[in-house]
Ligand binder design. Structure first.
Ligand SMILES: [Zn+2]
Ligand SMILES: [Zn+2]
Length: 346
């Protein structure tokens, strides 16, 4: 089969690869029907994800059809259409029992797919802990609608939840890229008074406004972000801030535009250390929440998609085939042609 392999040293390649096999009785093999490229794949290529193993097949955001299951798998069977969770997790360890599945202590737990074990930029993929990692897609939900369930929508859903958004809040989301867009969609579920999208890419800002993901767009290249957010909030600052950009100054922007006692959620994946200037922020009494998604809400997300409460199809700007994925990578990495996300069919 064809698969995208991380070669180390900034290199990836589309190569012929052996078909995956069941290894443990809790595994499933999934035939990938739609896959995509994530900015985390670009981080891996850049060497910014030290735990990524050279030789691994990339891809951690995809949907497919169950091909085969191990004898202990109960929740899915061959032929089921499934959304695949970015995280494989045992469901039984200290962290899993508390819902913190990103830190599952199993050897194949946490974010392993397309990083430490072979992922889904391929025709077939082995999924460990299939009962936890696969969720059946409702019949009225298409592959395109379900594609982002396990990673981007999970991240947006998790980010909005940890923000403790209250009705009427002003929520500032820094970064109107795929993660920020999903965070805005999920934040809407909590009935905020205003969602303000902040990005230097005017095209992305236009997209989030057109799709009603945000109410207000702020472009730091043309206006003062602090001034605009202050004007929106009676001079207080944003009640909730989600930092989904990971730029050189966006961490600083996140805590500066937050009002005192705000929750600042950091879901961006930084490639460099950030500075937390505690003397400057003393008395602002902020709550920071950081990290990588605990992706254990796929069932709820698919239910919301099925009901029409979540719809991430507006992220798909480009479609292609697996054999052309290297060109898709180039376009995605260079943000050419207004790309937000690819939908790639093996
Ligand atoms: Zn990702
Ligand atoms: Zn676990």
């Amino acid at each position: 089969m064809k698969a995208v392999v991380y070669k180390g040293n900034g290199q990836i390649a589309l190569e012929e690869h052996n078909l995956p096999k069941l290894v443990k009785e809790t595994d499933a093999v999934v035939k990938v029907t739609l896959t995509t490229i994530c900015s985390s794949d670009i981080h891996i290529r850049h060497g910014a994800v030290p735990r990524a193993v050279p030789g691994v097949i990339l891809g951690h955001e995809f949907v497919g059809i169950v091909e085969e299951t191990g004898s202990a798998v109960r929740n899915v069977k061959a032929g089921d259409r499934v959304a695949v969770n970015v995280e494989t997790f045992c469901g039984e360890c200290f962290f899993c029992r508390r819902g913190f599945v990103n830190n599952c202590t199993d050897s194949e737990g946490g974010w392993a797919l397309g990083c430490r074990i072979d992922g889904g930029q391929a025709e077939y993929v082995r999924i460990p802990h299939a009962d936890q990692g696969l969720t059946k897609i409702p019949d009225n939900v298409t592959d395109e609608q379900a594609l982002f369930t396990g990673d981007l929508l999970s991240t947006g859903f998790w980010a909005a939840k940890m923000e403790e958004i209250e009705p009427g809040d002003t929520v500032a989301v820094i970064g109107a890229g795929p993660t920020g867009m999903c965070a805005m969609m999920a934040a809407r579920l909590y009935h905020p008074g205003c969602i303000a999208a902040v990005d230097i890419d005017q095209r992305r800002l236009d997209t989030v406004l057109q799709n009603n993901l945000a109410d207000i767009a702020v472009n730091p290249r043309v206006e003062d972000v602090y001034g605009r957010i202050a004007a929106l909030t009676g001079g207080r600052g944003a009640d909730r801030v989600i930092e989904a950009a990971g730029g050189s100054n966006t961490f600083e922007m996140a805590w500066q535009i937050a009002r005192p006692n705000a929750v600042v959620g950091l879901v961006a994946m930084y490639e460099e250390n950030q500075i937390l200037p505690l003397p400057q922020m003393y008395g602002k009494n902020l709550t920071f929440k950081t990290g990588g998604v605990d992706a254990n809400s796929c069932g709820e997300i698919l239910r919301l998609i099925s009901e029409g409460s979540l719809d991430a199809r507006c992220l798909i700007t480009h479609e292609g085939r697996l054999e052309d994925i290297m060109e898709a990578y180039r376009i995605f990495e260079n943000r050419e042609d207004g790309v937000i996300k690819w939908a790639i069919r093996p």
